[in-house]
Design a protein. Structure first.
Length: 95
């Protein structure tokens, strides 16, 4: 999955010019993004989808998203930071 909604994502939707001036390299998840990721974890759990491990890039938004999925899933799933996972040049933006 892609990371949850970030503060940069919210700012970009509200004011593109302000976003270009104020965006940060490692944004926090917005409250909506936290809820999205918790809901993904809850959905995976209620659908009885077994997860052995979570793999994530080292980007803060990806790590925070993975942690929220793990909380929603309600099991101690090992998380692995993969430095080889990185941006895809925005090809998944908004998808």
């Amino acid at each position: 999955m892609r990371h949850g909604l970030t503060t940069n994502n919210v700012l970009a939707k509200l004011d593109k010019e302000r976003f270009l001036k104020e965006r940060v390299y490692e944004p926090e998840l917005a409250d909506t993004g936290v809820q999205e990721c918790l809901q993904v974890g809850e959905w995976l759990r209620t659908q009885k989808i077994h997860i052995d491990s979570i793999y994530t890039s080292a980007h803060k938004r990806a790590v925070l998203s993975a942690k929220q999925v793990k909380i929603g899933y309600q099991q101690d799933i090992p998380m692995h930071l993969m430095l080889s996972i990185s941006e895809a040049g925005g090809v998944y933006q908004g998808k």
